[in-house]
Design a protein. Structure first.
Lengths: 445, 450
């Protein structure tokens, strides 16, 4: 079990798809929605069959809220369970483990998420919930814990520097977003993180971890009444506070640019893209379905076919839109032997340009729609996947029928609407290109 | 307080164990294909996996990695379907598909809306016996696999270290070589090599078909008869045991690669469930791994990452379900100002404690509670359930072991854990690798507007 090579690991989880018409009547999920007494929105879906529940609390407290203190959101999230109430990190971990609960805190660009997976058996559930509540509302941020976690963060940042893929990604965001809060790495950099004080983390927590800035997601085998009590209990003790201000708008880069980072690797990592789509984008489904055809559908996409199947230039070649509050990246990426970089980049750019110019064929669009709608049920076939969808819907304030109308919206897309959307939104003149590897003249094959 | 809660956990055991029971229906076709079906009606989908009893541990020198190469070639067409068509058909049916190769298995899977199971059966049956292995396709796919190796191993310091470590730790066990294969072997596969490998291992009597999802077992058996029954079985010759010889002293190596952080791996030779003289020993080793690394409350995080703060990360692992004996591994990355020697000493001190003192009731109960809960959480994923059945069956353990796991772990005692620590975690059976980072010089060059 220790080692397994997925043929195309990169594509697992992208969610493929398709349809029988009868299947459309299978309601995605009935999402119940209300507010706690302190005004936090709650999203609840009842599922049966397993005595377990997934709970998430999501805050608008991701790296986009770092200000100039790059890495502060991530470090704050990482410190919450390092000490809370009267418990230290060991005791907290042991409380969860003694009831078999799984607890995790993570942060990304837009948000920070506390996830708790626990059995529903009352004494077990109660202990897990109490522990999570204390972590959420009474983190202690002791100096010793702060120092240790800061040092671990610094080690993690150093480790990124031994990975050409990580370096490429950091440079890519910088190229796309310049001075926008999306530009910096979520974990921050050595300089900013080294300068953090305990007070910084405390004030970040105080500002962002408040009821007005939280949503709660509950998916599992608990009744609505239990869900109501759970949400209320979990956030009790959290001040109401207020929502943070919105992020500045993202502007497109002024001109296309290419940047090469010389690195002693056998492959060059190639990243090409620009700011793409956001969650409430009216063009979202045009871009999503279009990208599915271009490079989002794993083994059958145009990019995969041109780069890998026809030419054997790379193991993975794909493209994606990452919709955030503001336009997240549209990214095309591949990795290839250093001396093939120019050729691979040329194939990549040609495939993209052709797609923008000509759009997809009718047959390609039909195949994509069949794939997406026919595999619709696979998107939320586990509590975990469903909880993630519900969290997305809640956090970005999407309509509660988002999943129910998903297939209709995919069906409504046309060749013309995709082509127009790509022309409008992906200007080849503005593409940012990052390469990390050994440049051709220096590499000896 | 603590005691009361522990009792609660224990009281829950029988109830939950019953709920988590894996019910598998079994049917074997005349040609030897074993079909295993597990119903899960929580979602209208079905996962279908075909597992072949072949993987890197079956490979002789000179063609290491050929199981993985063949896995790639399985997408390159048959008598009935051209290269790439397989994937297009699955995609048009809304399916997710992929394949994976390990030391002991090669497996192919599709996940689709449950009424489309026939689509995947038809295609899997076709490529089980009628694969086209063409020189042109091999030439391209060889490049792809070479790129895969570069990405996964050559440019990844930890993976590279691990590969060198395994090669040193084993003397004659086939676990010595990497799943993806050695570079010069990959570069020299021929169509004949692949064809011979395909003919030797790809047959219904060397495969297990696992289906988990919104299906009825009898309907799945009928469908399997319809598509797979006509396939001819092969004369599958059992593989030689290649039992690892006894190690006669500690082995140490330094791996110098471009990297930023040092690290250390320790590996002790241990039996797996399949090879243990007494199965209890394997379950005790599983609990031992939990004591060291069963979450943030386990000893390595508590003592080394927090407590002494000499590691920024530390972990331990054991492969319960491998076909051959393997390694109990510990690995760690030192904190700033600490060395791999400090870490090695600290990890060994942890081992020594386990050999001298009994683990506490509290620890043992915590691990059992986690095992129990995790067993239920894993039922949330049909894919995981199919993986579990396929892995156990293909390693020669039988899917029934899935149901024994929780009760067997529950029977493990503190004395048994101390016993296996004393018996197996001994210096003479230890291999250590140190990653010694070499400088990485990066320079950035802006090429401006393109």
């Amino acid at each position: 079990m220790r080692i397994c090579f997925f043929k195309k690991t990169t594509f697992l989880g992208l969610g493929l798809i398709l349809l029988t018409f009868g299947q459309l009547s299978h309601a995605a999920a009935k999402i119940d929605n209300w507010q706690t007494s302190q005004g936090s929105r709650v999203y609840y879906v009842h599922t049966e069959g397993l005595p377990m529940v997934d709970i998430q609390v999501v805050f608008n407290a991701g790296s986009a809220n770092d200000g100039q203190q790059f890495g502060l959101a991530a470090l704050t999230a990482g410190l919450l369970d390092a000490g809370a109430g009267k418990w230290n990190a060991d005791e907290i971990a042991q409380r969860f483990e003694s009831v078999g609960a799984q607890f995790n805190i993570s942060s990304s660009i837009d948000l920070a998420t506390l996830s708790l997976r626990t059995l529903t058996e009352k004494p077990l559930f109660d202990k897990a919930l109490e522990t999570a509540q204390v972590i959420l509302t009474q983190p202690t941020f002791k100096d010793a814990d702060f120092k240790r976690e800061k040092n671990r963060t610094l080690a993690g940042i150093k480790q990124q520097e031994e990975s050409p893929g990580a370096l490429a990604s950091i440079a890519f965001y910088k190229a796309l977003y310049a001075n926008h809060p999306y530009a910096h790495s979520e974990s921050g950099d050595i300089k900013t993180v080294s300068g953090f004080k305990t007070e910084d983390v405390k004030s970040f927590y105080k500002k962002y971890y408040v009821a007005a800035n939280a949503i709660v997601v509950i998916v599992g085998d608990v009744s609505k009444e239990q869900a109501e009590q759970t949400a209320e209990k979990l956030l009790s003790g959290l001040p109401v506070g207020k929502k943070p201000e919105g992020l500045p708008d993202v502007t497109q880069p002024l001109a296309g640019a290419q940047q090469h980072i010389e690195f002693p690797s056998s492959q060059t990592h190639v990243l090409v893209g620009l700011p793409g789509s956001y969650r409430k984008d009216p063009d979202y489904f045009n871009l999503y379905v279009g990208n599915h055809i271009l490079g989002g559908s794993g083994l059958v996409s145009k990019l995969f076919d041109e780069v890998r199947e026809k030419r054997g230039l790379a193991y993975s070649a794909s493209s994606s839109f990452m919709p955030l509050s503001k336009p997240g990246p549209f990214l095309i990426s591949l990795q290839t032997r250093n001396d093939q970089t120019t050729q691979a980049l040329q194939v990549l750019n040609q495939t993209l340009t052709d797609f923008i110019t000509k759009g997809p064929s009718d047959a390609e669009l039909t195949a994509a729609k069949k794939n997406i709608t026919g595999g619709f049920a696979l998107r939320f076939d586990t509590n975990k996947k469903l909880a993630n969808y519900v969290a997305m819907i809640g956090f970005y304030d999407m309509p509660l029928d988002y999943l129910d109308t998903f297939e209709q919206k995919v069906e409504a897309v046309t060749v013309a609407s995709i082509t127009e959307a790509f022309k409008r939104r992906v200007n080849p003149q503005l593409l940012q290109t990052i390469t990390v590897g050994k440049s051709a003249e220096k590499s000896v094959k | 307080m603590k005691n009361r809660l522990l009792c609660t956990v224990l009281l829950c055991l029988p109830v939950l164990t019953t709920q988590a029971e894996t019910k598998v229906s079994e049917h074997t076709l005349k040609n030897g294909l074993k079909v295993l079906v597990k119903e899960d009606h929580r979602s209208p989908i079905a996962i279908s996996q075909v597992w072949y009893k072949v993987g890197s541990s079956y490979e002789p020198g000179g063609i290491t990695g050929i199981s993985h190469m063949l896995e790639h070639m399985m997408f390159k067409g048959t008598d009935k379907h051209a290269a790439g068509e397989f994937s297009r058909i699955i995609a048009e049916n809304g399916g997710e598909e992929n394949a994976f190769t390990g030391q002991d298995y090669t497996a192919y899977f599709q996940t689709m809306e449950a009424t489309r199971l026939a689509v995947s059966f038809e295609l899997e049956a076709d490529r089980m016996r009628h694969l086209h292995l063409l020189a042109d396709e091999l030439k391209k796919e060889l490049q792809v696999v070479t790129e895969e190796r570069r990405m996964r191993t050559d440019d990844n310091p930890q993976a590279k270290m691990n590969e060198q470590f395994m090669a040193l730790a084993y003397s004659n066990s086939p676990y010595k070589h990497p799943v993806i294969g050695w570079p010069s072997d990959i570069a020299n596969y021929t169509v004949e090599d692949l064809n011979a490998w395909y003919q030797r291992w790809y047959a219904p009597n060397n495969a297990t078909l696992v289906v988990v999802g919104d299906v009825q077992p009898n309907a799945v058996f009928d469908l399997a008869e319809k598509y797979f029954a006509e396939l001819q079985p092969s004369d599958i010759k059992p593989i030689k045991p290649q039992t690892e010889i006894e190690q006669l002293g500690v082995r140490k190596m330094t791996v110098k690669v471009p990297a930023k952080l040092p690290s250390v791996i320790l590996g002790y030779k241990v039996p797996a469930l399949k090879t243990a003289e007494n199965e209890n020993e394997a379950y005790a080793l599983e609990v031992l791994a939990g004591v060291l690394d069963g979450g943030s409350g386990a000893r390595l995080s508590t003592h080394l990452v927090r407590g002494k703060q000499i590691a920024v990360s530390a972990g331990a692992g054991y492969g319960l379900t491998s076909r051959l004996s393997n390694l109990f591994e510990l690995e760690a990355t030192p904190a700033e100002g600490k060395t791999v020697a400090d870490l090695e000493a600290a990890l060994k001190a942890e081992i020594k404690k386990l050999q001298q003192d009994l683990i506490s009731d509290d620890e043992l109960q915590r691990i059992k509670a986690q095992v129990l809960a995790t067993d239920i959480y894993q039922k949330d994923s049909g894919f995981y359930q199919a993986m579990e059945i396929g892995t156990l069956e293909t390693a020669g353990l039988g899917w029934q072991k899935a149901n024994e796991y929780v009760p067997k772990v529950n029977q493990v005692t503190a004395e048994q854990v101390r016993e296996v620590a004393k018996k197996y975690l001994v210096d003479d059976h230890l291999t250590i690798a140190y990653l010694e980072p070499q400088a990485i010089n990066t320079t950035t060059e802006k090429k401006g507007a393109k």
